[in-house]
Design a protein around this ligand. Structure first.
Ligand SMILES: [Zn+2]
Length: 362
């Protein structure tokens, strides 16, 4: 079996890390196009521009249209080409970063991720999620190249709503349970190869940091302050979760998430919130003992993360709805097959059991 490990070329994290942007980009490019939505540009636009221009990088800034859609990608690609920008810098959440990755794929040059929230795996990965203009999921776009630089400014990240940070913790917890399931089942990572021991261990470290620092980090973000716990959890949510999911592979928790998107009622819940319920469902499918599952549930409750379907917005669960979720979670292309040999009945019953276990502890 061939094993692979791929990653961004550099990762920089810390308070006021934006100050380092110019110096780092100057080593890669003489000109740059920065994209972000209006809120994000208001927060980081001036600092990013000052750092870039101060280091001799000719800089243009463009407001991003909020969807990583074909139309928006084409528009910004054309702009990058007209400007002759040698680097594209995406600032913001997953969609801005995914758009910047797609523009780099089209226009060439360097790509820099500047996540302003610690809630997704987008900053480090070599793929984009493409949506329609109306925000409906269309497809994944996989690239040969990873970002040249990921720069996470924790003084910006603590300014975002804590809900994003907490959601990122769920997504990062899933990284460990899914990479571990793939490891045990000899499944594949995101590159279609075998996972390395490094990927497995980094995923475990990710989980350990979350368990050790999660609660205090969330409190700090709620207070808008940067602490060592915030640094630890930002690293887990951004770097380790990103490296872990691509290189370690994902399994049932994300398939259950994808299945849950079938239910209109869950649409107000974030990616990470739905993933959190997916984690508990996966642990039930694995046949983990009661104390183990209760421990994960208690940690989730402590962080105000959903552990029941009701908390995700599903007021009344019907067997028909849950069957629909289970069928979707088992679609051919789903990652659950990476580590589990289960039927739709197994998945539905695991969700019911997860919901019961969660309901007892909220
Ligand atoms: Zn995820």
């Amino acid at each position: 079996m061939i094993r692979t490990f791929e990653s961004p070329a550099a990762y920089v994290q810390g308070r006021n890390a934006t100050d380092q942007l110019g110096e780092r980009v100057a080593a890669l490019a003489e000109s740059a196009l920065v994209i972000g939505d209006s809120d994000v540009l208001e927060i980081v636009g001036d600092d990013a521009e000052a750092s870039l221009e101060g280091n001799g990088v000719e800089t243009a800034i463009e407001e991003f249209g909020r969807e990583s859609s074909e139309v928006e990608i084409d528009r910004i690609t054309e702009m990058a080409e007209d400007l002759g920008a040698e680097a594209i810098i995406g600032a913001g959440g997953g969609k801005a970063l995914d758009t910047a990755k797609a523009v780099r794929e089209n226009a060439g040059g360097a790509m820099i991720s500047m996540p302003t929230i610690a809630s997704t795996d987008a900053p480090t990965s070599s793929l984009s999620v493409i949506y329609s203009e109306d925000g409906e999921f269309e497809r994944y776009w996989f690239y040969d190249d990873h970002p040249d630089l990921v720069l996470a400014d924790t003084s910006v990240i603590v300014g975002a709503p804590a809900r994003f940070f907490r959601s990122g913790i769920s997504d990062a917890m899933a990284t460990w349970f899914e990479a571990d399931a793939v490891h045990r089942a000899n499944g594949e990572n995101f590159f279609g190869d075998g996972p390395t021991h490094a990927a497995h261990r980094l995923s475990k470290l990710c989980y350990e940091l979350l368990r050790d620092h999660g609660a205090s980090a969330v409190e700090a973000v709620e207070a808008g302050i940067v602490t060592e716990s915030v640094e630890a959890v930002t690293e887990a949510n951004t770097l380790l979760s990103g490296l872990g999911f691509e290189n370690g592979g994902i399994a049932a928790a994300h398939s259950v998430h994808n299945g849950l998107t079938q239910l209109e009622a869950t649409h107000h819940a974030t990616h990470g919130e739905k993933v959190n319920f997916g984690i508990i469902t996966q642990l039930v499918l694995e046949g983990r003992d009661d104390a183990f599952i209760d421990d994960v549930i208690d940690f989730s409750v402590e962080l105000d993360l959903p552990v029941t379907l009701e908390e995700l917005g599903v007021e009344e669960q019907s067997t028909g709805d849950l069957d629909r979720v289970a069928e979707a979670a088992l679609a051919d292309e789903e990652t659950i097959h990476n580590a589990f040999d289960v039927t739709a009945d197994d998945v539905r019953d695991a969700m019911v059991a997860a919901d019961d276990l969660g309901g007892k502890r909220v």
